[in-house]
Ligand binder design. Structure first.
Ligand code: PEP
Ligand code: MN
Length: 337
């Protein structure tokens, strides 16, 4: 249920509504934009009676939620969510470009790659220290040592760090080094992990599961929002289909669909979507044209020798060319990159 407060409502009115919500056994989330909106979520043996709320002072209108992801929906929060990340604003006009290797392979590698992507115009650095690998025998990442190298790369370049957290017990530790916590496709429905990042106050990049619907993704985001962490970005990274020409199938449709359904910023990952470096730039361009608020792209200085995902990694020169092309597309849709 969504409660729209009247323009002249006071904080006392909002507090009284919140107290009624609590008495009914539900949880309230208050959003103060141009108008104050109270979302009522949770479950209780007491059925919600809109009339009880409609007659309260300061309440203008009560509407049932049309979707199960109340806090992620545009019904709750009509304007696109924006949040700052090291001087730039996610969800604003400028398209955020997160770039870097799939895995942090060593200190020099991550610092050199960070310098190269910064030079080309990236706004954030990516790199996995904890890697979710299909095979237990593949490189699993350097763990905390990798996070320390990422932090050094941030010191050298000023680029904020986006890195994956796989274990709910390690959210605080990863958060000590990272500027953005990435929840990977394989963990999109790891509800214990979603609850843990929901308690963190670091922005979260939530990737769509490879067999998940758009609604599944929004429900996963709802877990994080319900925990009180409002800084969530959603990421379309390709889904599994019958097609084998590419690693996954990039769901371009998901971008305008998500932009309509949710106020959360939407990021596209063309690298994992296609799996082959030669297709990354055209898909990146398409994503920006379709309204993506950002891109996350894998870049490696020596792709044939990468420890993971070399086949889809752009060289520094390819990434520079991609940035130039993406800037032209961004300008054509009244944005910048
Ligand atoms: C990654 O970003 O390197 C990664 C493992 O992505 P995904 O979770 O989308 O497969
Ligand atoms: Mn990867």
């Amino acid at each position: 249920m969504i409660i729209l407060m009247a323009g002249e409502s006071t904080t006392e009115h909002v507090a009284a509504v919140a107290a009624q919500v609590e008495q009914d056994g539900y949880t309230s989330h208050v959003w103060s934009g141009q108008r104050t909106i109270v979302a009522v979520v949770g479950h209780s043996a007491t059925p919600l009676t809109p009339a009880v709320y409609e007659q309260m002072s300061g309440v203008e209108k009560v509407t049932p939620t049309r979707v199960p992801y109340t806090l992620a929906s545009r019904q709750f929060h009509t304007e696109t969510t924006q949040f700052p990340l090291n001087g730039c604003k996610i969800g604003a006009d400028k398209v955020l470009v997160i770039a870097g290797p799939c895995s942090v392979e060593g200190r020099e590698q991550i610092i050199e790659t960070a310098c190269a992507v910064k030079e080309a115009g990236a706004t954030a650095l990516r790199g996995g220290a904890f890697k979710p690998r299909t095979s237990p025998y593949s490189f699993q990442g350097h763990g905390e040592r990798g996070l320390q190298w990422l932090a050094e790369a941030r010191e050298v370049t000023g680029l904020p760090v986006v890195t994956e957290v796989m274990d709910p017990h390690l959210v605080d530790m990863v958060g000590q080094y990272a500027d953005v916590l990435q929840v990977g496709a394989r963990n999109m429905q790891n509800f214990t992990l979603l609850n843990a990042v929901g308690l963190s106050r670091k922005p979260v990049l939530l990737k769509r599961g490879m067999s998940s619907t758009v609604e599944d993704l929004l429900m996963a985001a709802e877990y994080v929002l319900a925990g009180g962490n409002h800084q969530v970005m959603l990421c379309e990274r390709g889904i599994r289909t019958f097609e084998t020409a590419t690693r996954n199938t990039f769901d371009l449709n998901a971008i305008p669909v998500l932009k309509q359904l949710t106020h959360l910023p939407v990021i596209a990952d063309p690298s994992h979507a296609v799996g082959k470096s030669e297709y990354v730039e055209p898909v990146a361009r398409a994503a920006v044209a379709a309204g993506a608020d950002g891109l996350i792209v894998e870049v490696h200085l020596d792709p044939p020798n990468a420890m993971s995902d070399g086949r889809q990694s752009l060289t520094a020169a390819q990434f520079t060319a991609m940035m130039q092309a993406v800037r032209r597309v961004a300008a054509a849709v009244d944005r910048s990159a």
